[in-house]
Design a protein around this ligand. Structure first.
Ligand code: FES
Length: 95
């Protein structure tokens, strides 16, 4: 591990992605959050990005000078929280 303090700041705890990882990708010219997701697997952990995706959007905004509202979050493709199989099958109500 280097002396770079950004390596100690975890942005995606599910996939162990640091602030340095994200900033290095952005510094290489990649500012699309979908591309960053594919490169690092942010948003693909058990929490489905509830923590890391807003953080990465903020980092992109800060480093590119865009407004946070301009950063489009990736589409959610699976349930954002655990759902019993019975709910998906229609056999029971959620909760
Ligand atoms: S913190 Fe990134 S997917 Fe959970």
């Amino acid at each position: 591990m280097s002396d770079d303090p950004r390596e100690r700041i975890i942005i995606c705890r599910c996939n162990d992605v640091t602030l340095k990882d994200i900033e290095d990708i952005i510094d290489s010219g990649i500012t699309d959050i979908e591309e960053i997701k594919r490169l690092t697997r942010i948003g693909m952990g058990p929490c489905q990005g509830r923590t890391c995706l807003p953080l990465v959007a903020g980092i992109i905004a800060r480093k590119t000078g865009k407004k946070i509202e301009e950063i489009e979050l990736p589409a959610t493709r699976v349930p954002i929280r655990p759902v019993p199989m019975g709910v998906l099958a229609g056999d029971m109500d959620e909760e």
